[in-house]
Design a protein around this ligand. Structure first.
Ligand code: DSN
Length: 423
């Protein structure tokens, strides 16, 4: 049963209530291994689903365009204070609706259409909004893109430096969506300084690891730090922009009134709760366990003959190239899903296949670590993945069904915030 329970929803709209219950059970029964997803706490769920959704509050605490902010202002101030304390930054804007909007605010703050931005190419592990051609950031700005080396699967800083010297970007992005290794913020900062660019660290995937001390921090290197709040940080779906005080006014003006109207106050409250949770010793242990699990799973998959981009993982994410297995990422991901293991198909660097039917899958440990799985479970997870991928290659649904049952049996012993199984 969903936790908190949904009796009013069930009586007003049983169709939607059934679908929400179904999704809660699905999340309980599956090894959720999409690296950008997680389980929020029941406290975050309660804050996010509260009456705060009824309120408008355009502006910032103490400077609003609507009355009745007696409770909203302190909520947003708490979220800001907790973000600045947790990450050790001068300023935080907690209003962006999503990571993409947060990145657009960065463009609005520092660039004019046609100006040059440099970021990691999407198929190399970057993000759409770091200047990829189909995104507004690649259409309205002059984007130059760096990648990874074919032999190491990691960023080549000589290439980044040469490109920056040649193209003189105003903004350089580091970070992305499929980077399995530690990001060297200091090297990016040195290059940005040399060419006079603003360095923006998009730490959406790893902000929880940074908060928990399991990944180096970009603070002191990047003048602007963008993150979503719902990945390793384990908050509701939203985003934050953190920055040095010199950039604070430009960032705030870009978010509101530049791009957005009223902030989503229920989300702000959920973010505040998640930030409080992220400051606890339990969360620090969680962040380190995410990395330990990812390393253990990478080792177990390598032992089974799988090819991992960069040869392993230092964070929460593994990018697996299935070319040697002669199966595409999409059929593999579909088979894994049927086997109770949820990953997403993904391009790998220098992929010869199309993005909608790429060679790889992207695997992450944030959610299964929230459930309580640890290193000792990773060889079994790797064995199930191996079985499901092999079964997919020879169309053996029986094996896939058996694995799904075994996954369900294991997970029955690991509680999920947001769902209580009924006996
Ligand atoms: N959708 C996010 C991810 O899965 O990494 C990036 O926007």
């Amino acid at each position: 049963m969903h936790q908190p329970p949904l009796p009013h929803l069930a009586s007003t709209d049983p169709e939607i209530a059934d679908l929400v219950e179904g999704e809660a059970r699905r999340q309980f029964e599956k090894l959720r291994m999409i690296p950008s997803e997680n389980y929020v706490s029941t406290a975050v769920l309660e804050a996010s689903a509260s009456v705060l959704t009824n309120k408008y509050s355009e502006g910032y605490p103490g400077r609003r365009y609507y009355e009745g902010q007696q409770f909203i202002d302190p909520i947003e101030r708490l979220a800001i204070q907790r973000a600045t304390d947790l990450f050790g930054v001068d300023h935080a804007n907690v209003q962006p609706y999503s990571g993409s909007v947060a990145n657009l605010a960065v463009y609005l703050a520092f660039l004019s259409p046609g100006d040059t931005v440099m970021g990691m190419a999407l198929p190399m592990g970057g993000h759409l909004t770091h200047g990829w051609s189909v995104s507004v950031t690649g259409k309205w700005f002059r984007a130059v893109q760096y990648g990874v080396r074919a032999d190491t699967g990691t960023v080549d800083f000589d290439e980044v430096r040469d490109l920056a010297r040649r193209e003189r970007p105003k903004v350089i992005y580091c970070g992305g969506t499929a980077i399995p290794r530690v990001i060297d913020f200091a090297s990016f900062a040195e290059i940005a300084r040399e060419v006079g660019a603003v360095l923006v660290a998009d730490v959406a995937h790893i902000s929880g690891l940074i908060a928990g001390g399991a990944h180096p921090s970009p603070v002191g290197h990047a003048g602007v730090i963008v993150t979503t709040t719902h990945k390793t940080l384990r908050g509701p779906r939203g985003a934050m922009i953190m920055c040095d005080s010199e950039h604070a006014a430009a960032i705030d003006k870009a978010v509101f009134p530049g791009l957005q109207g009223g902030p989503h106050d229920h989300t702000t409250a959920g973010i505040a709760v998640a930030l409080k949770e992220a400051a606890t010793p339990e969360f620090r242990a969680y962040a380190h366990q995410v990395v330990a699990n990812s390393r253990a799973l990478a080792a177990a998959l390598t032992e089974r003959g799988y090819s991992l981009v960069s040869g392993g993982s230092d964070n929460h994410l593994i990018l697996m190239d299935l070319t040697p297995q002669e199966i595409g990422g999409k059929p593999a991901a579909r088979a894994l899903d049927r086997a109770g293991i949820e990953v997403n198909y993904n391009t790998v660097p220098f992929d010869t296949r199309k993005p909608f039917d790429p060679s790889g899958i992207r695997i992450g440990t944030p959610s299964i670590t929230t459930r309580g799985l640890a290193e000792q479970h990773m060889p079994q997870v790797a064995a199930w993945m191996d079985e499901a991928i092999r079964a997919a290659a020879k169309d053996d649904e029986q094996i896939i069904e058996r694995v799904a049952g075994e996954v369900r049996d294991l997970l029955a012993g690991f509680p999920m915030p947001g769902f209580v199984p009924q006996s």
